[in-house]
Design a binder for this molecule. Structure first.
Ligand SMILES: [Zn+2]
Length: 288
């Protein structure tokens, strides 16, 4: 944990330009952006201190207006602290290979959309999160702001890709279990929870992949089913991966039975559902 002096020294050292004389900013570049922590609206500013003083009367700065009226451009640090604290704003400074983020405690914006739009979600970008409330500094890398989670190192992406390419072809091993699947559904002849290739092939035939949230790649369905939530509840999920950025995306808001009705041919829908460790036959596959 840093103390206040260390925090100020650290932030001054890395922020730099905020405490430089105005003359240094004679040719302002739009390296600063405000982003609202709730709406995620963002806008570039040449000089965040000057911008705050000049726009103090506007609704977005209403809660800082009184304080701003007592400050001048010489109070740079206090002005940034004030608008970040009172107005749910984050201030981002884009430096070469580095992004500095001023925020107030938990009022930190979801930075993923901004990082994607500006091409910043990369491992070589250093991201310095400066929490003005707790006076702490956290340093991350830009890829921390990618959507999804990294694919497991031993995930066999190639077998999924080659199976998908042959989704219109019947193969002798299509009835076998897809590696890594677990679903709380069961198919006759397969281990509990395992999904057969025929089911994935059916879904692949019915709908293409979706656009990756991170890159220009297209995602590939690799798993679906129910998962146990607490003792008594179960909830659906559908999981896709992007081979280009090697991230996995799991939608846990989906109604998986409705999803199966749309995405799986009737003949490949599960034969049973796992309930308290036992297979309970689904009376009719067509009735999901
Ligand atoms: Zn991707």
């Amino acid at each position: 944990m840093t103390n206040r002096r260390e925090f100020l020294q650290t932030t001054a050292a890395i922020a730099g330009s905020l405490i430089l004389p105005k003359a240094v900013l004679a040719t302002p570049a739009l390296n600063f952006h405000f982003i609202h922590a709730d709406t995620l609206n963002s806008w570039p500013v040449a000089d965040p201190v000057q911008w705050s003083l000049e726009h103090a009367h506007e609704p977005i700065l209403a809660r800082a207006a009184e304080g701003l009226s007592k400050l001048t451009a010489n109070d740079a640090d206090r002005i940034i602290r004030l608008v970040v604290r009172r107005c749910s704003l984050n201030l981002l400074e884009l430096q070469p290979a580095r992004v500095l983020v001023d925020h107030w405690g938990s009022h930190r914006a979801n930075l993923k959309p901004f990082f994607k739009a500006h091409g910043l979600a990369r491992p070589e970008i250093e991201v310095v999160l400066k929490d003005q409330k707790h006076e702490t500094v956290i340093t991350l890398t830009g890829d921390s702001f990618l959507y999804g989670v990294p694919i497991a190192f031993d995930f066999d992406l190639e077998i999924f890709q080659s199976k998908r390419e042959r989704r219109f072809v019947n193969e002798s091993d299509d009835g076998m279990a897809v590696p890594g699947t677990s679903s709380l559904f069961a198919w006759n002849g397969l281990p509990d929870g395992s999904i057969p290739w025929v089911a994935l092939k059916s879904a692949w035939r019915r709908s293409g992949g979706e656009s990756c949230l991170n890159c220009t790649g297209e995602t590939l369905l690799v798993n679906f089913g129910l998962r146990q939530v607490g003792v008594f509840n179960r909830s659906g999920f559908v999981e896709h991966v992007c081979g280009a950025c090697r991230r996995s995306f799991r939608d846990e808001t989906v109604d998986v039975k409705a999803w199966m009705a749309v995405n799986l041919d009737e003949v490949v829908r599960p034969d049973a559902e796992m309930v308290w460790g036992r297979r309970v036959a689904r009376t009719t596959k067509g009735h999901t």
